[in-house]
Design a protein around this ligand. Structure first.
Ligand code: NAD
Length: 260
């Protein structure tokens, strides 16, 4: 399978190039960086870095995109035009940007996940299950830590965990999420799902879901030690996407986790 990687010089981009070499069924055919980037024309994975994604979408069977929200929306439109499989790992999309990606998936296969690791997708399923077993007398808090360069908060994975907890409880996350606490905010509201964001150093991604009840507390934790888990998951998603009909899919679909 011929794979293109947009944003191929980024932290995830360079891992993704390596992951295409590691997978027996994939070939890296080239990548892009934005116009004016110092990486333009330099070699990545044995190919010159392009600044126009159109030709890449024409040639590739699948394109993997871990870039930035506005770029991802443009890439989704190109995937719809060319019928190319698109794997989206970019986080921090607004509701409008997300709707545009999902609209593009009417015409092509888009696999999108806030996190492509197997462990996190299990954690999402477990969170939904545990939240469904406990009533809202149990307080749910989600704590995440990432490296100091991360630009969106809470992380896409923390929000996916919050959504899973809300689904387990049969409520809408937007109505119960408590994302920022600062100053005299008053006591915690029953039924709220709280978030706390830590940033520092080179942390690849730590997530803990806390179920706190009077007298006891359950904590479910995942720690990513290498970005390669996301990259190899995304390449696996691209290969899987090659066999699917147009539509919007998640990593749970790729892994066959029907309950997550
Ligand atoms: P990064 O800043 O190191 O890399 C992003 C790259 O995209 C940069 O090289 C940038 O130049 C490039 N880029 C931006 N706009 C572009 C455009 N229009 N065309 C081509 N290239 C463009 O960031 P990162 O740490 O690699 O993270 C990238 C995204 O992936 C973030 O949204 C992050 O949250 C997300 N992420 C997702 C997962 C997951 O499993 N889903 C895991 C890690 C990171």
């Amino acid at each position: 399978m011929k794979i293109g990687i947009v944003g191929c010089a980024g932290r995830m981009g360079s891992m993704l190039v390596q992951a295409t070499f590691d997978h027996a069924e994939t070939t890296f055919i080239g990548g892009t960086e934005p116009k004016g980037s110092p990486m333009s024309g330099k070699m990545v994975g044995g190919k010159p870095v392009l600044d126009d994604p159109a030709a890449l979408f024409e040639e590739a069977d699948a394109v993997i995109d871990f870039t930035a929200p506005a770029a991802t929306v443009a890439h989704a439109a190109l995937a719809a035009e060319t019928g190319t499989v698109l794997v989206v790992g970019t986080t921090g999309l607004t509701a409008e940007q997300q709707a545009e990606v999902e609209r593009a998936a009417e015409k092509c296969v888009i696999v999108q996940a806030a996190n492509f690791s197997i462990g996190v997708n299990l954690l999402i399923g477990l969170t939904r299950q545990v939240a469904g077993l406990l009533d809202d007398g149990t307080d749910i808090e989600i704590v995440e830590m990432h490296h100091k360069h991360k630009v969106d908060a809470p992380s896409g994975t923390a929000l996916a965990l919050g959504k899973a907890a809300a689904e387990g409880r049969g409520v809408n996350l937007d109505e119960v999420a408590d994302k920022v606490r600062d100053g005299q905010v008053g006591a915690r509201e029953q039924g709220a799902i709280g978030f706390a964001t830590l940033r520092g150093g080179d942390v690849v991604g730590d997530h803990t879901v806390i179920f706190a009840h009077e007298g006891e507390r359950l904590e479910l934790t995942h720690k990513a030690a290498s970005r390669m888990i996301f990259a190899s998951g995304a390449v696996r998603a691209a290969v899987w996407g090659g066999q699917q009909k147009p539509g919007h899919y998640s990593m749970a679909d790729v892994l066959g986790f029907t309950d997550s």
